[in-house]
Design a binder for this molecule. Structure first.
Ligand SMILES: [Zn+2]
Ligand SMILES: [Zn+2]
Length: 243
């Protein structure tokens, strides 16, 4: 008996039965929502607050961030990588799946392999990533709301004492925010274009970008994102890609 790597309940296996079942359900959700999200959902666009006309930096992508992220982001790569890691753990060949709906095939393969790889050293990361992917799949397939994903950035307005610096709060799908201190409305892209870096601790960076901390670690290893000694990530280049 030892504690489950996820919930710390005492169990026979490194992952308890409840967490194993939950992970299996999440894998089924990934497969189902992948097949159900082939076309972008209809997104409604909110009018700019206060009716102020502002130039848009770029047209929003069809389907919104959540759908684009899900269909064209790292979902396939992440599942493929886990399949390769588990296959190696089992001393088996990396599975080859049909290209059509590949993420759904990988999710099925992983669900079938799960019982045999519960002792994999990265099981906790796997469970977390699968949970995050299932949640993203539900949003992309229109089964769940994206929820507020806030991005904070200092207000660049020039006031008597220098830069305003009040934190502007941007929500998912709303690239404009009015500063509570100076009242100026700023487009997120314009604010970010004036900054050299946006350092966020891992949890907040993961929340802001909608990816797991494991994905952040992978990006840092691949040199796609910079991590400082304290573990914070500079998310600026990735945010600029997404707005
Ligand atoms: Zn558990
Ligand atoms: Zn301000």
């Amino acid at each position: 008996m030892h504690p489950c790597v996820v919930c710390e309940t005492h169990s026979e296996a490194p992952l308890c039965e409840r967490c194993e079942t939950k992970t299996r359900l999440n894998l089924a959700t990934i497969a189902r929502t992948w097949r159900a999200s082939k076309t972008p959902p209809q997104v409604s666009r909110k009018p700019t607050a206060g009716g102020v006309k502002m130039k848009r930096r770029s047209h929003p992508m069809p389907g919104g961030d959540a759908w684009q992220d899900w269909r064209h982001g790292n979902a396939l790569g992440a599942l493929k990588e886990w399949a390769a890691a588990f296959a190696e753990h089992l001393g088996r060949e990396t599975p080859i799946v049909p290209r059509e709906d590949a993420p759904a095939h990988y999710a099925h393969w992983l669900a079938n392999a799960l019982a045999a790889v519960l002792d994999h050293p990265a099981m906790l990361d796997f469970v977390n990533e699968v949970q995050s992917l299932a949640a993203r799949g539900k949003v992309a397939a229109g089964e769940a709301d994206p929820g507020p994903r806030a991005m904070l950035a200092p207000c660049p307005s020039l006031i008597d004492t220098g830069e305003c610096g009040e934190l502007l709060r941007y929500y998912h799908g709303q690239p404009y925010a009015r500063c509570k201190a100076c009242g100026v409305e700023w487009e997120l892209g314009d604010v970010l274009a004036r900054l050299d870096a946006v350092w966020l601790p891992a949890g907040l960076a993961s929340h802001t970008l909608g990816v797991t901390t494991r994905t952040l670690q992978r990006w840092a290893k691949a040199g796609q994102i910079t991590q400082d000694e304290g573990g914070a990530y500079d998310v600026l280049p990735l945010i600029l890609d997404r707005i």
